[in-house]
Design a protein around this ligand. Structure first.
Ligand code: AMP
Length: 143
């Protein structure tokens, strides 16, 4: 299973915002969409950063409520690890585990074409394991 197959099942919509968006508006968008991260895109549409619940908790802990009026670019992660549609589920699981993050934007030729979250990875991994178990049961019963 690769990223292209995951995107085929879940769609290619990515929740994004601009670097100058106030943190308060970011929080409202995360809550409204019931998601944990937004990708920050620049004027050219390129990925400039990612902001997740964890960054917001850290900003609140360090600066208090005053951070809510500041631009998201002050708190986002700028070194974003991305993947391509050819990457496999196993590669994504390894990258998320090693990097300790739960979101990976999908970029093809510099364009943002999707995002994969830990929820998507776990869902497809369970489906794969169940298929394998079912195939093994069939094989054993046939013997
Ligand atoms: P998450 O587990 O996705 O909520 O993110 C945990 C931390 O990793 C936060 O500081 C995020 O900004 C950062 N982060 C999330 N996704 C990525 C990514 N794909 N590349 C780099 N950092 C990330």
């Amino acid at each position: 299973m690769n990223v292209a197959a995951i995107l085929k099942a879940k769609g290619r919509a990515v929740a994004t915002t601009k670097p100058d968006t106030p943190l308060q508006a970011v929080i409202e968008k995360l809550a409204a969409k019931r998601i944990g991260a937004l990708v920050i895109v620049g004027a050219s549409g390129g990925v400039e950063g990612i902001i997740s619940e964890r960054d917001i908790i850290r900003a609140l802990a360090e600066h208090g409520a005053s951070c809510l009026g500041r631009p998201v670019s002050d708190f986002m992660t700028r070194e974003v690890v991305v993947c391509t549609e050819a990457d496999t589920l196993d590669e994504l699981m390894a990258t998320m585990t090693a990097g300790r993050f739960r979101h990976i934007p999908v970029v093809e030729d510099g364009a943002l074409v999707g995002i994969v979250s830990i929820g998507d990875v776990v869902k497809h991994h369970i489906a794969e394991v169940e298929m394998e178990a079912s195939a093994l049961r069939t094989y054993l019963l046939a013997g």
